[in-house]
Ligand binder design. Structure first.
Ligand code: BGC
Length: 917
């Protein structure tokens, strides 16, 4: 953009003050195929003027873009609505119809009465309601091999398009995974569709705009089906077919001609065969024989001879699940990784190091004689001998086999499997390997990156990268525990401890909204919540279910999404499920309100007192279960209050207080000792507000003492770790918190990084100080649970946080703290209102503290400058009084607190030497 154009734009923005952008419907931008009948509309305001707040808005919706921009009798016009709401505003027009595109636009008035221009129009398009489906569930002829890894079925249907096409939509789902092709082209770039949900109750369908793929005359639609989560190996007891044995497809292609006529090509009597995919299993990998490729099977223009194909059957019993439109960001290829080294392994395999542990597969590029088979094995680490280490994969073979067709330059990527790996060990290469032979393809739910966190410390920056890669690796349509061994399940405990951090790094609102739908769907009628969601393990209210810290996911994540995004409707939708869990756990605890569950996961993978490698501390499951019961009861009470259910709010508030008293009687001494005097006991008791205020300093003192006595090492596991630094920092022991974070020897967050980790390890000592590996039965090098420390880094070092009383970062808190020798740090977060950021540095030998912050329009923030005196603070080089955007400034004890509106600010706390005499 030329300087002149920039000047013109700046003048326009200055002249008009505000503009409106970033229009979203539910969690998506211009979504196609949503089935929310009353969608929520959100927008962001852009303005260079500080302290810009919205005073009113006007929304217009129409079924054509032209009539919308003409403003001529829109379908719905909200008129001028006096409100500062700009996120999740309900569409309140006439009921929406299926398969219809609605265009919308918005303009806003700011508090000085200026009106913005109308936003650029956006749209949403509705999908199908259950009654709109006329297609049949078709299935390839059953084979005896259905219960074994067997060739992937190919289904095809030829059809004619007799007229000029105005638009065409394909609505499709399947039992098992699907890839759809139209006239030789892959439809969309989504992977592992329809996704993993609670298949017996909810099954997603995807909608694709295929207008551009159709042509007049002969057309062909085709589908490849894969075992996937539906019937592939799943769970940790080598089981298959956990949801069903027969793969099936439901496809409905709707063509709208220029003439207005519509036509439907639906799954019914299609043709079926098998091809090059001899087997494809999520854990096992894929075997592909390129000599069996079915070239031209969906090309369309050239006739294809499918006389030897069989005819599909129709599923006698269609699946009971409700068809729901996919609303969360799909899984896609998100990164490509080149090998950082290629060498021969002692095993004789060629070893490719991709330099990063991640989830995905390898793209193989090879030339050689037909019939040559290249075998690729995937692993996270190398053993002492320098060979690929695979013992920690357990029963997951993670091996792809590709047999060449002999064509020139063959390129292969698998279809229905994924691997957790950094290294690829390749055997059978027909020619010399080079940097193009193997390319790492990282796949993940394609979530918008919302956060960034950088400091002056390279190890802390690596920790942040490991947390982000851990999230990227395990947010694959569902939040999995790990991506490599025969598990990869939606472990609830891991997701709940990590959710807050996850919401800093990426936009997880839609992702978790989808998954929470499955939490509620798979919740036991008793209210108990399964260990993993979706739950293929079966079980009942106690078997594979009903565990403190894990099942509390049903309460903690909806609340976290509300705090982070202001998603009140998700809270409303999940409220029955939230209540049901607390009522269940309350019943388990009984009248005494102390839940004695006996064996439970407890503080999983904490350093236990009998741990030879490091004498830790074991926290009792009764303390943990009672603490989480109290915490979830507290959150349900707050949720009820937000939803206006005052009676519920009061009764759960009373229950919380009663549990708190019981906890105090049972686990807390009058001198502040809690339970087994473990770091986790103190962290949970203080974080969940379970101690009388008078005892908090003593208890926190005991915690800090334990940390110091262990030379600043932690002992916490999955449940204590997320709260440890928060509690130390909030009770006056910030230096201990920083010392724990900066600790480089085992156990600590940075120890794995000193051992070359590029993701978060499941255990503190996945690789022990003596370089031996931990127990291969449970030793993943890509588990994000301990990455839950990330939110503390954003909130305390970066200094950005939400004001819990005003969710969605409508009001933010900026309060960065230097520590651990850091000289600078910056953190930013794309909130639903726009970018929030904080960047600080210590100058002149740490005497001068400079802080730059950005507050998005239509929000405000409280900025805290620690250990500062009002007189020493400058903004934009001058004192705070009458500074544009500075609403108030005050001394709060040793700190300065500044209340600011939106805008960019540059604060400096002047060094002593700089102060005027
Ligand atoms: C999983 C963890 C889970 C734990 C609970 C492990 O096998 O990998 O993610 O939280 O079991 O026990």
């Amino acid at each position: 953009m030329t300087l002149l154009a920039l000047a013109v734009l700046a003048a326009q923005v200055a002249q008009v003050g505000t503009t409106v952008e970033g229009l979203r419907v539910e969690y998506l931008t211009n979504p196609i195929g949503i089935d929310v009948v009353q969608p929520r509309l959100s927008w962001r305001i852009a303005s260079a003027t500080r302290n810009t707040m919205q005073a009113a808005y006007q929304l217009q919706v129409a079924t054509s873009e032209a009539s919308l921009t003409r403003g001529a009798n829109p379908l719905w016009d909200s008129g001028k609505v006096t409100s500062d709401a700009s996120v999740f505003v309900d569409y309140a027009g006439p009921p929406v119809a299926s398969r219809t595109r609605y265009y919308w636009r918005v303009r806003v008035w700011d508090t000085s009465g200026r009106v913005s221009p109308w936003s650029t129009p956006a749209f949403w398009e509705t999908g199908l309601q259950p009654a709109d489906w006329t297609a049949e569930w078709i299935t390839p002829p059953p084979t005896a091999a259905d219960s074994l890894p067997s060739p992937s079925p190919f289904l095809r249907r030829a059809f004619r398009v007799g007229d000029a096409v105005r638009s065409a939509r394909l609505y499709v789902t399947s039992l098992g995974l699907n890839e759809i092709y139209l006239n030789g082209q892959r439809v969309g770039d989504q992977l592992f569709t329809p996704g993993w949900t609670s298949y017996r109750r909810r099954l997603q369908y995807q909608t694709y705009d295929v207008t551009a793929l159709l042509r007049r005359g002969a057309n062909v639609i085709g589908a490849i089906l894969g075992d996937g989560w539906y019937r592939g190996n799943l769970g940790f007891s080598r089981q298959r077919n956990l949801y069903g044995r027969q793969l099936a497809l439901l496809a409905q292609l709707e063509i709208r001609y220029q003439s207005g006529r519509t036509e439907r090509v639906a799954s019914g009597d299609w043709k079926a065969s098998t091809g090059p995919i001899l087997s494809s299993d999520i854990y096992g990998g894929e075997t592909y024989d390129a000599r069996r490729e079915l070239s031209g099977w969906t090309a369309g223009e050239a006739p294809y001879d499918d006389r030897n194909w069989t005819t599909t059957g129709v599923l006698v019993h269609p699946p009971p699940a409700v068809l729901v439109a996919a609303m969360s960001p799909p899984v896609r290829r998100v990164r490509e990784l080149r090998p950082v080294s290629i060498r021969l392994a002692p095993s004789g395999e060629t070893l490719f190091d991709l330099g990063q542990n991640f989830t995905g597969w390898a793209r193989l590029t090879v030339t050689g004689p037909a019939g040559t088979t290249v075998t690729m094995r995937f692993g996270e680490v190398l053993d002492k001998g320098g060979n690929l280490y695979t013992a920690n994969l357990r029963a997951a073979a993670q091996t792809d086999r590709y047999t060449l067709s002999g064509k020139s330059r063959e390129v292969y990527e698998p279809h229905f499997t994924f691997h957790g790996f950094r290294y690829v060990a390749v055997a059978g290469l027909p020619s010399q390997a080079d940097s193009t032979t193997i390319t790492g393809i990282a796949v993940s739910s394609d979530l918008g990156q919302t956060g960034s966190f950088v400091t002056s410390d390279s190890l802390l920056n690596q920790l942040q990268r490991n947390i982000v890669w851990g999230q990227r690796s395990n947010f694959l349509d569902v939040p999995t525990d790990c991506p490599q061994r025969d598990e990869r399940l939606g472990w609830t405990g891991d997701a709940q401890v990590f959710a807050r951090t996850a919401a800093f790094n990426m936009d997880v609102n839609g992702f978790f909204a989808k998954w929470l739908g499955d939490v509620a769907a798979d919740q036991d009628p008793s209210g108990s919540v399964p260990w993993v969601i979706p739950n293929p393990l079966g079980g009942d209210s106690v078997r594979f279910a009903g565990t403190a810290g894990w099942s509390d996911v049903a309460v903690i994540i909806p609340w976290t999404m509300y705090l982070t995004y202001g998603d009140r409707r998700l809270l409303e939708r999940q409220y029955p499920s939230m209540r049901a869990w607390v009522d269940y756990a309350h019943r388990r605890a009984g009248t005494g309100l102390i839940w004695r569950p006996g064996w439970q996961f407890g503080d999983w993978l904490a350093l236990h007192s009998d741990d030879p490698s490091y004498p830790g501390a074991t926290t009792g499951t009764d303390l943990i279960a009672t603490a989480f019961l109290a915490h979830s009861t507290d959150l349900v009470s707050r949720t009820a209050a937000v939803l206006g259910r005052t009676d519920d709010a009061a009764s759960y508030r009373a229950l919380f207080r009663a549990i708190r008293e019981a906890f105090d009687r049972e686990f807390v001494s009058r001198t502040g000792r809690v339970g087994e005097n473990t770091q986790t006991a103190y962290a949970l008791a203080i974080a969940f507000d379970l101690l009388p205020d008078s005892l908090v300093p003593a208890a926190a003192g005991r915690l800090a003492q334990d940390v110091a006595a262990r030379e600043h090492h932690l002992t916490t596991g999955f449940l204590g770790t997320p709260y440890l630094l928060h509690v130390l920092g909030a009770t006056g022991h910030m230096a201990d918190a920083f010392a724990l974070l900066a600790q480089r020897t085992y156990p600590s967050w940075l120890y794995p990084i000193t051992r070359g980790a590029t993701t978060m390890w499941e255990r503190w000592d996945g690789i022990r100080p003596d370089s031996s590996f931990e127990d291969p039965g449970m030793n993943s090098f890509n588990h994000y649970a301990f990455g839950a420390v990330g939110d503390w880094m954003y909130q305390n070092i970066g200094g950005i946080d939400v004001d819990p009383a005003v969710p969605g970062y409508r009001r933010a808190r900026i309060a960065p703290r230097p520590g651990a020798g850091l000289t600078s740090a910056s953190a930013s977060l794309e909130t639903v209102y726009g970018k929030l950021s904080s960047a600080w540095r210590l100058d002149t030998g740490g005497q001068r503290f400079a802080l730059d912050v950005t507050i998005p329009p239509n929000t405000s923030a409280e900025v805290t400058l620690w250990d500062a005196r009002l007189a020493d603070v400058r903004e934009g080089g001058v004192g705070l009084t009458d500074r544009d955007g500075v609403r108030a400034a005050r001394q709060r004890g040793p700190d300065v607190v500044v209340d600011v509106g939106s805008g960019r600010y540059s604060f400096v706390v002047m060094a002593r030497a700089e102060k005027q005499p």
